[in-house]
Design a protein around this ligand. Structure first.
Ligand SMILES: [Zn+2]
Ligand SMILES: [Zn+2]
Length: 341
């Protein structure tokens, strides 16, 4: 089969690779669409290391069941989204509904084991979630990372009806956090680095937008947020950029009793004195990816029209490098996908 693989010299090549053979309890999926995510850049840069190289990249995939083993509930032809975190299903965390932090399984598709930027992928059947009919494969693929992450972060944020949420970073995840927070009953303020991204957020449910242009100081953000909230600040600040500067500004945007939600990977430290949290009884919540349930919920939201994924571009599998280059330039409005159907 054709696959986009990363090698130990960090080169990315689209070439022939052995098709996966599904083991016991596994299902072979023929990929129809795969999302191109900012996290893929961390793998290209060597910050996240596959074990072993070479590895098929891609952790956002949807397709149809090609072959299912004996006793499987799914049948060939079923439309499925691939939950990318492999989980054991019976450790304390899995049984508590947190397969994303499973104690016994550390494999994650496209992070450290073969992923979905390929014609086929083999996964445990419990990693597959049926895709409801009105949801297309491109949308389903993006929901397996960005969408479920947005749902998870919104649930853990404890957003209440009538609260104000700030979403900092209108990328592939941020535009979906805007919609999830809105659906949870919040008034949403989007913080974007361009007028195009701000307008995208406004057209997807944000009530207000603040632009922090390149070179502008994030230290101006807390005052801007207070101006939009009658001096009160934000009940929840979703941080999706992840620099020390943006995280510090985020904590300072909070209303008393507010919650700072750290989502996504960063290599920079959070450098805030605890007294800034203590005196206003604010909280820090962190989230990593999402649960299988969050993926089901994201798909249901998409089916009902409560969550739409702006598709920024469609590429063939051979165009994956071009899609990643555009992402690195931060020149993408919404999410790019690889069309394998
Ligand atoms: Zn992703
Ligand atoms: Zn487990």
């Amino acid at each position: 089969m054709r696959a986009a693989r990363i090698f130990d010299d960090l080169s990315l090549r689209v070439d022939e690779a052995p098709a996966p053979a599904p083991g016991p309890g596994e299902v072979l999926v023929r990929i129809q669409a795969a999302g191109v995510c900012g996290t893929d850049l961390h793998i290209l840069d060597g910050m996240i290391k596959p074990d072993p190289y070479p590895m098929t990249i891609g952790h956002e995939a949807a397709g149809v069941v090609e072959a299912a083993g004996e006793g499987a509930a799914l049948s060939p032809g079923d439309r499925v989204a691939v939950y990318n975190k492999i989980f054991c299903g019976w450790c304390e965390q899995c049984l508590a509904g947190r397969p994303n932090v499973c104690d016994r399984e550390f494999r994650q598709l496209g992070f450290n084991t073969d992923g979905g930027d390929a014609e086929y992928v083999a996964v445990p059947e419990r990693n597959l979630v049926p895709v409801p009919e009105p949801v297309d494969f491109a949308t389903a693929a993006v929901l397996t990372c960005a969408g479920m992450t947005a749902v998870h972060a919104t649930k853990l944020s404890g957003l209440r009806l009538g609260a104000t949420a700030v979403v900092n970073g209108i990328g592939g995840v941020g535009i979906l956090v805007v919609q999830a927070a809105r659906a949870a009953g919040a008034r949403v303020i989007a913080v974007a680095d361009s007028a195009e991204k701000r307008d995208l957020a406004l057209s997807h449910g944000a009530a207000d937008g603040v632009i922090i242009a390149e070179g502008q100081d994030y230290a101006t953000l807390p005052a801007a947020v207070r101006e939009l909230t009658a001096g009160r600040g934000a009940d929840v600040f979703f941080e999706l950029v992840g620099t020390t500067e943006t995280m510090t500004a985020g904590v300072r945007c909070l209303a008393k009793g507010g919650t700072f939600v750290a989502t996504g990977y960063t290599d920079q430290p959070l450098n805030v004195h605890p007294i800034e949290f203590i005196l206003s009884e604010t909280s820090l919540v962190s989230t990593v990816a999402a649960t299988r349930q969050d993926l089901e919920d994201a798909l249901r939201m998409a089916a009902s029209g409560a969550m739409t994924v702006p598709i920024a571009g469609r590429y063939p599998l051979d165009g994956v490098q071009g899609a990643l280059d555009a992402l690195r330039k931060r020149a993408v409005l919404g999410r790019q996908i690889l069309d394998l159907g």
